[in-house]
Design a protein around this ligand. Structure first.
Ligand SMILES: [Zn+2]
Ligand SMILES: [Zn+2]
Length: 237
C-alpha cells in the first residue's frame, strides 16, 4: 500500500477540485486533486504491525482482547488509532473528507488478501449509522471504508441488513459494560429468516475500541445465517 493517488482524473473531479480544493485528511494542507494525502503524512501513518492481533484486532500489548468472547472470527485493523491517524478519522467523520476512507480501505483490502480471506467474502456490511445521523453527515464513513475495501472486486456492499436506532449518548461516553448493553440495544435487523445462510460476511467500521459494536453487529449477521463474520476496522485503539 504505497500508492497515494486517487485514480480519478476525470474532468468532473478537476472541476470539483476548483470549487472544493482537495485537502490532506491528516494535516489539512492543500493537495493536488488526484492525491489522497500528502507524502509526509502518508509516511507518518502508524500502520498495523505484528503487535496487532489478527483474531480480535486489538494491540497485543499489554494484552489483546482474545480472552473475551467474540462473535466474529477475525478482525483486520489497518492502523493504530494514534498520531495523525486520529486526524484522518476526524476529518472522515466531521470534515467531509473521504480520502482517508480510501487510504484505509485499500490497506484493509491488502491485509485481507494477505490473510488469505479476501476472496472468501460473499458480502460486505458497513456498521450502520442511524438514519438521522446519516442525514446530518451526508454519508456513513463505515460505508465509505467498505466501498473502498471491495472496489475492483464483485463483492457487494449491503446496507439493508442491519440498522441503528438513534441514540443521544455517544459510545465513547460509556463504560465497557454500558457499551456492550447499548450496542445490543442500538443495532437491530428487520429482516426475517436466514438469507445469509452459509455466507462469509465482512463487517466494516472506522474505529475499533471495545469491540462492543462489532460484536453486536456480527451477532445479528450470524442470526441471519452468516457462517463466518470477518471484521475490518480502519484503526484500533
Ligand atoms: Zn498531510
Ligand atoms: Zn486477540
Amino acid at each position: 500500500m504505497n500508492d497515494i493517488t486517487h485514480g480519478d482524473s476525470s474532468i468532473k473531479s478537476r472541476l470539483l477540485d476548483f470549487f472544493f480544493p482537495n485537502r490532506c485528511p491528516f494535516c489539512g494542507g492543500f493537495i493536488s486533486f488526484d492525491r489522497l494525502c500528502c507524502e509526509q503524512c502518508f509516511s507518518e501513518i502508524m500502520w498495523a504491525d505484528e503487535y496487532i492481533c489478527r483474531r480480535c484486532g486489538k494491540p497485543v500489548r499489554p494484552e489483546c482482547d482474545c480472552k473475551a468472547p467474540h462473535s466474529y472470527s477475525l478482525c483486520a485493523s489497518a492502523a493504530y488509532y494514534s498520531g495523525n491517524v486520529k486526524d484522518g478519522i476526524y476529518s472522515l467523520k466531521f470534515k467531509n473528507n473521504l480520502n482517508s476512507a480510501i487510504i484505509f480501505g485499500r490497506a484493509l483490502r491488502d491485509m485481507l488478501d494477505e490473510m488469505g480471506v479476501l476472496y472468501d467474502i460473499d458480502i460486505t456490511v458497513p456498521v450502520p449509522m442511524s438514519p438521522k445521523q446519516q442525514r446530518m453527515r451526508g454519508y456513513n464513513q463505515a460505508e465509505e471504508i467498505a466501498k473502498a475495501i471491495v472496489k475492483g472486486t464483485d463483492i457487494p456492499v449491503r446496507t439493508d441488513l442491519i440498522r441503528r436506532r438513534f441514540s443521544k449518548t455517544a459510545q465513547h461516553d460509556l463504560s465497557r459494560d454500558e457499551r456492550h448493553t447499548a450496542a445490543h440495544k442500538n443495532y437491530y435487523t428487520d429482516i426475517h429468516g436466514t438469507p445469509l445462510s452459509g455466507m462469509t460476511v465482512l463487517l466494516a467500521d472506522d474505529v475499533l475500541t471495545t469491540g462492543a459494536t462489532l460484536n453486536a453487529c456480527s451477532e445479528l449477521l450470524t442470526a441471519l445465517g452468516a457462517e463466518c463474520v470477518i471484521c475490518a476496522a480502519a484503526a484500533t485503539v
